[in-house]
Design a protein around this ligand. Structure first.
Ligand code: ZN
Length: 157
């Protein structure tokens, strides 16, 4: 082994591991990997490209997320090209099982069409939208008629 360590050569898995530490500030308990936002990772000799899918409509967080991804990739010592893509729509199917658990544990219903929203506490479909205007532009307030808990759901793009 040489004492002069070459820069760590990253691969897509190493990049993905780093991205597990990046969260959407709207949902700080769930990483962008678990949200299914990471569409493509490409590692070249000079640079790392990451393509992200935007999730929720009206969220001001996209620039923050992009910056956080660039910061996270800085440890690899290569140029990082990070951008949002609209090549395909993000859907809630892309959220991992771990991501769903963490969303529910934080009192968030996974994003769904309003008719498909279920209570994150008791999974009842007997829910009512309290207001289309949630605490932020990208969330709506719901009320569960079964367990009487209020909760938040994300609006889909
Ligand atoms: Zn409930």
């Amino acid at each position: 082994m040489s004492a002069v360590a070459a820069p760590r050569v990253p691969d897509a898995d190493a990049v993905r591991d780093i991205l597990r530490g990046v969260v959407d500030p709207e949902i700080p308990t769930v990483s962008i990997v678990d949200l299914g936002m990471v569409e493509r990772i490409e590692v070249g000799p000079e640079r790392i490209e990451v393509e992200l899918l935007p999730t929720f409509v009206g969220c001001p967080a996209q620039e923050l997320i992009r910056g956080a991804v660039v910061d996270a990739l800085a440890s690899f010592g290569r140029q990082a090209i990070v951008g949002f893509s609209f090549r395909r729509p993000w859907t809630s199917d892309r959220i991992t099982a771990a991501g769903r658990e963490r969303l529910a544990a934080s009192g968030f219903a996974p994003p769904a069409e309003p008719a498909d929203v279920r209570c994150p506490y008791c999974t009842s479909a007997r829910v009512a939208m309290d207001s289309v205007f949630g605490p932020t532009q990208c969330r709506s307030l719901f009320y569960c008629r079964a367990c009487r808990q209020p909760f938040e759901a994300f609006k889909l793009v």
